[in-house]
Ligand binder design. Sequence first.
Ligand code: SF4
Ligand code: SF4
Ligand code: SF4
Length: 393
Amino acid sequence: MDFFSGNRHRSYTVSKAHLDVARIYSSPVLLGPPMCDELLALVEHMFTEEEADIVRHIRPWIPRTAASLARASGRPLAEVREALRRLAHEKYVLISFGNGEKERFGLLPIVPGTFEHVLVRRSPDEVTEWHRRFAELFETLYRTGFVAEYARKPVNAVRYIPVHEAVAALPMALPSERLEVIMEEYDDFAVGVCQCRLTKKLLGEECGRPLETCVVMGDFAEPLVREGRMRRVSREEVLDIKREAEKAGLVTWMMNDTSSKFFRCSCSCCGCCCDALRQISEFNAPGFIAPPHYLPYIDLSKCKYCGKCAGVCTMRAMVVSKEKEEKRHQHIKERCIGCGLCAVNCPQGAISLREVPDYQPPPPSFPAYVARHGRNYVANIFRVWASRLRSRH
Ligand code: SF4
Ligand code: SF4
Ligand code: SF4
């Protein structure tokens, strides 16, 4: 069938089943993009027409069993079971809970969610042509900028902690900023490749920084190791991986609450590849990232304008120039994540980190996080929904 692909008004031929699945992913409740050719192309790649005909009966955030999806789709139970097994345990485009007859299958948002779930791998050598194409189609959709629409009001889902060397020089650093203290809470760790840098590598746009930096801690580590998608590591190995990543100019990301129970993962990011940091570096939408606890202070009397701080800043938040008598050193606060890489790399010791006076420490639990930011989540979703309604009229 032909139809208008939403805002862009281009025609596209697609099956009814794929169209229905794209509509579900496009829901603001699932933080989805508007209906567009980029989304349809991704959905068509993720699901065959038969798979889409089953998946179109799953609603956002309401997982269903194979038996109930067989009834809804009118397809034989054995066929539905096999399709769901493939989607949840081979392609990883669906998430599943429980097992046996009670296993339920659900949809994740495109990002964060499906993108990471599909590309969690032990090594870049384990991806296929299907993954390469998935990465390409995902990147095309990501570049439409739809994610930024869900962060107009700050939701502060993640935070960046200052690099190890910077923390060591900060007597006032909180336990939640000390990686070794955070890690103390867990016994089980797994590591895999960073899905964002893997994507860029598959597209031939890699920045060359380390790939094996994506760490999962606690209860989520074991299933990923069992599935062969991450490798088990010790706490000491995790700390080594993070230190090496910092030396390569990467910065450490944590979920923005300090409880040990909530799903814990941590990657090491760069402003060029990371889909979280690109929200600031490309889309000027800082709302997903918690404001930093520290900002760099530059003592210009010590500065030699060598530009090293600008070179190491993954957010391009430092601008340094020296031409004849004209010297310029600018810090762009809006882009800064307070990582301290500039401070620890300045050969003159001209940069120190200073506390931001009105800093709010991370919430102590997931419910506390929801109490602080849940209202903004809902407001962002409502805003997207209302603007789509307006654009239809
Ligand atoms: S670079 Fe950032 S967004 Fe990408 S996988 Fe690592 S942590 Fe996640
Ligand atoms: S690295 Fe230090 S000395 Fe060099 S430009 Fe930056 S602040 Fe100045
Ligand atoms: S200016 Fe750049 S390197 Fe320095 S703290 Fe901010 S983000 Fe990090």
